[in-house]
Design a protein around this ligand. Structure first.
Ligand code: ATP
Length: 254
């Protein structure tokens, strides 16, 4: 069973404590939304979990192992998946080629001159299924660099899916998308949620998105974990509405 836990996780930048002794355990089958005002430490917390940053103090446990000092690539290999903006893309290769390469990397298959890629029906089918699930089947021949912003975000999700992670980490997955592109990504995350062995973390500002997807919400403020609970409870809590989501008491959080 996949488990992920941070214990007293802290990072300081000079004198500024961006993430301050955050202790939190995440469970499989649960989508946890991480919310809070700008500068609260949400992305920094993500960077600590995925290994882009090393904590000043505290520990990260993943499937029972202490991964605090593990490099980001090793964390990815261990099953921590994060959608990164474009960094894992080959911009001049097509959408399909990008996804196939990610599927191939996951399968551990290396380039084999005696066995052309097209003979690997299993890998091709897997790549096709992923392309369809992110609604990029019709864009498969387009160079990654030529995609619209929304389609590039979908491709990032596709590459993460190809790696079959145990943990999916989404940092504002619909940011910058047009209104008609948003539902595809939300549907996709909702479908990922149906696999109860997976654990999903979502940093999101839009409360309607949080409300529709989250099983649990944690609130960060000034780097501290200040609320943790079921969405209805956390959203309704006056202190969160007023102080952390910037909503006057009595008004809707949407
Ligand atoms: N590499 C860094 N060096 C110095 N300060 C940093 C660094 N990364 C983040 N910070 C600071 O840490 C704090 C938390 O930033 P972070 O980006 O994690 O907030 P956030 O909650 O994700 O905000 P937003 O919702 O605006 O994306 C901010 O004050 C930010 O300026």
């Amino acid at each position: 069973m996949t488990t992920l836990e941070t214990q007293s996780l802290t990072i300081r930048f000079g004198g500024h404590v961006a993430v301050d002794a955050v202790s939190c355990a995440f469970r499989p089958g649960e989508l946890t939304a991480i919310v809070g005002p700008n500068g609260a430490g949400k992305t920094t917390y993500f960077n600590l979990i995925s290994g882009q940053l090393r904590p000043s103090e505290g520990r990260i446990l993943f499937d029972g192992a202490d991964i605090t000092r593990m490099t980001a690539p090793l964390r990815t290999r261990a099953g921590l998946g994060r959608a990164f903006q474009l960094t894992n893309l080959f911009p001049n290769l097509s959408v399909e080629e990008n996804v196939r390469l990610a599927v191939q990397a996951r399968s551990g298959t290396h380039y084999d001159m005696l066995r052309p890629w097209r003979t690997r029906r299993d890998l091709i089918d897997r790549a096709d299924a992923i392309l369809d699930s992110v609604a990029l089947g019709s864009r498969r021949s387009v160079a990654a660099t030529a995609l619209s912003h929304g389609d590039q975000r979908k491709l990032e999700v596709a590459l993460m899916m190809a790696l079959e992670p145990k943990v999916y980490m989404f940092d504002e997955p619909t940011a910058g998308m047009s209104v008609d592109e948003v539902p595809v990504v939300l549907d996709l995350i909702a479908r990922l949620k149906t696999d109860t062995s997976k654990l999903i973390l979502l940093v999101e500002h839009k409360m309607d998105v949080v409300r529709s997807l989250a099983d649990r919400i944690i609130v960060l403020h000034n780097g501290r974990l200040v609320a943790d609970g079921k969405p209805a409870e956390v959203i309704a809590s006056p202190i969160v509405q007023e102080a952390y989501l910037g909503i006057a008491p009595g008004k809707s959080a949407a």
